[in-house]
Write a protein that binds this ligand. Sequence first.
Ligand code: TYC
Length: 128
Amino acid sequence: MFKLTLFSEKTKSLNYNEEYGMSDHKSDWDLNDGLAIEEAKPKLKSPKKYKVVLLNDDYTPMEFVVQILSKFFRLNQEQATQIMLMVHTKGEAVCGEFNYQIAETKVEQVNDYSRQHQHPLMCTMEEA
Ligand code: TYC
């Protein structure tokens, strides 16, 4: 897609001078009558995604982590157990990808719930 830009008188004369100064290089912007054609940038960017990450610690019981994963991330028992074991063995694992607000809410819910139950479990987020 293309868009047409109409330059002001001032911009027109600037472009004109520049063209003469650098005779071997004619910029894409130099066009007749102050009109330039350029590729239109897409107006809508898809919103950034964020990974919600669960971190390992030595104290939180495995069953509690599985419970968290099924309660807040709607994972079934098998998926929740797999992710819990991944965190346990690798140090961390991604529980899901969400838009900023949802990711922020999940992190808050997990950390609040863990504190309410006196567990040190930590949940964080990072740009995907
Ligand atoms: N490492 C913990 C244990 O041995 C289990 C655990 C798993 C803790 C995942 C946190 O995010 C975590 N009891």
